[in-house]
Design a protein around this ligand. Structure first.
Ligand code: ATP
Length: 239
């Protein structure tokens, strides 16, 4: 199983936000996309997730094209997005948020609820004590964990994370990176991680792409990019 993106172009009105992007990710990989504000990273994830419409190009999972199919159908095809800013349902309980994560894929399979929640709570034990509490009252780190757990409720083959470390303390960022490893090891899902925190992103990724004004300008293994002088001066604050 792999995800292939070929020549993908997406506009917001007249702005070409991503421009003929090519990307692939193989089973068992964590791939990161880094780049400045406005480079097009969120637009790329949103196009994969069926939120934005591509004007050109193709996205396939295995042999199946998922280009421009509707958001809930993309979830049924094994893609889950953890959006920028988490976008949990603040006034609902943690449990209700988790159940909503199943809806697009397992709408009629209510018998799965208990076992799926149980497996999420094993992975995110910090949520146990909050299950019946209002999600919006939790800390930022807990809300981010909930956003990831909610996405995992649909058993994705590929999970897209848009800046999960944003606004969180270093210790929590570490926990979130450890979750990426767990997603790979325990669930066998592919991970695409968009991050402004380039050091964190490259510490967990196998490979990464650098995006600038809608295009990939560099790609390589995380180690290669960590040693790349351009990445060091622009994104890691060295030199
Ligand atoms: P950030 O980290 O700030 O989210 P990004 O790399 O994710 O940056 P995008 O959010 O994809 O970049 O933005 C790419 C370009 O598209 C920018 O010029 C942005 O202003 C524009 N853009 C993004 N979303 C929209 C939208 N919904 N409507 C109009 N223009 C948009």
């Amino acid at each position: 199983m792999s995800l292939q993106i070929k020549n993908l172009t997406t506009y917001h009105g007249r702005i070409k936000a991503i421009d003929r992007v090519n990307l692939h990710i193989n089973e068992g990989e964590i791939v990161s996309i880094i780049g400045a504000n406005g480079a097009g990273k969120s637009t790329l994830l949103g196009t994969i997730a069926g939120i934005y419409k591509a004007s050109e190009g193709e996205i396939t999972i295995g042999n199946q094209s998922i280009t421009n199919i509707k958001g809930h159908k993309v979830v049924q095809n094994g893609v889950a997005l953890v959006p920028e800013g988490r976008q949990i349902f603040s006034s609902l309980s943690v449990k209700e948020n988790l159940i909503l994560g199943m809806y697009a894929k397992y709408r009629k399979e209510k018998h799965l609820v208990a076992s799926k929640i149980e497996s999420m709570l094993k992975m995110f034990p910090g949520l146990v004590k909050h299950m019946n509490n209002t999600a919006g009252n939790m800390s930022g780190g807990e809300q981010q964990m909930l956003a990831i757990a909610r996405a995992l409720m649909s058993d994705p083959k590929i999970i897209l994370l848009d800046e999960p470390s944003m606004g969180l303390a270093p210790l929590i960022v570490k926990e979130i990176l450890a979750i990426m490893e767990e997603i790979r090891a325990n669930l066998g899902a592919m991970v695409i991680l968009v991050e402004q925190n380039v050091k964190a992103a490259l510490s967990v990724a196998d490979r990464a792409y650098v995006m600038d004004r809608g295009q990939f300008v560099l790609e390589g293994s995380a180690d290669e990019l960590l040693r790349n002088p351009q990445v060091q001066s622009t994104y890691l604050g060295y030199g």
